[in-house]
Design a protein around this ligand. Structure first.
Ligand code: SF4
Ligand code: SF4
Length: 238
């Protein structure tokens, strides 16, 4: 069992799943749902369609996922590692978790099956599901990064909706090459949580024990944003 600084989120559902859930969503309703998610202070949505191979590997029988992405507070992120920081991170997680239940309820109310995937369930990896979206990559510092930012957390809803706009190609794969030219996270990690080849060593990283986030704070993707780093990378490659 991995160490957790997050507490379990209580069950906030107010609405039952429909008995005969709908499997298609209209473009209009999906747009409305996106706008609603943004009103709820999410950064945006991504979608994962899990392959049969993936489902077999993780022993699950569901496959349509809506990813609700939220920005972790810059103020908290910049704090030094401490119990207080972990507490604030958990409070933020609980607050966003409650909003995620509300969004799942809205889908239920509109005839779709919608279940929040328990982010603390070790039987399935949310990061692995996030990568199935073709809308994220893992950075050298082991962050699951979407284009909206390096400091994103996420909740996920598994749903009966089959016709979500799933991406089939990942245009962020260049990040691995960029990371191989950077290495700021390796040089500045206070715990030396990287081996001689620059491979991340999870056991030494204190992000989940003490709330360290120094490598996020120093990373060009956090300081400049995805698009600016991409432009710089394109110039480097000319
Ligand atoms: S600091 Fe550099 S090497 Fe580390 S994750 Fe960010 S871009 Fe990649
Ligand atoms: S979170 Fe902290 S300990 Fe973990 S890799 Fe980043 S800088 Fe190192």
């Amino acid at each position: 069992m991995r160490f957790r600084y997050h507490q379990p989120i209580p069950n906030f559902y107010k609405i039952e799943n429909p008995h005969h859930p709908k499997t298609t969503i209209s473009a209009d309703f999906l747009n409305e749902f996106n706008e609603l998610a943004i009103d709820y202070q999410f950064e945006g949505l991504s979608y994962s369609k899990l392959t049969d191979e993936f489902k077999n590997e993780w022993d699950i029988d569901w496959d349509n996922i809506i990813i609700l992405k939220y920005k972790m507070s810059d103020e908290i992120l910049k704090m030094e590692p401490s119990k207080e920081k972990c507490k604030l991170m958990d409070e933020e997680f609980q607050e966003v978790g409650a909003k995620s239940f509300e969004l799942a309820d809205i889908l239920r109310q509109n005839g779709f099956r919608a279940d929040l995937i328990n982010p603390l369930d070790d039987r399935v990896s949310l990061r692995a599901i996030a990568l199935q979206s073709n809308d994220a990559v893992i950075t050298r510092s082991n962050m699951c990064m979407f284009k909206e930012g390096l400091n994103l957390g996420f909740f996920m809803i598994q749903t009966s909706i089959e016709n979500l706009p799933f991406k089939t190609e990942n245009d962020m794969l260049w990040v691995e090459d960029y990371c191989s030219t950077c290495g700021v996270c390796i040089d500045r990690c206070p715990e030396n949580a990287f081996d001689g080849d620059g491979k991340f060593l999870r056991k030494l990283c204190t992000a989940h024990r003490e709330g360290c986030s120094r490598c996020i704070d120093l990373c060009p993707f956090y300081k400049r944003g995805y698009e600016k780093v991409k432009k710089r990378y394109s110039r480097m490659k000319k």
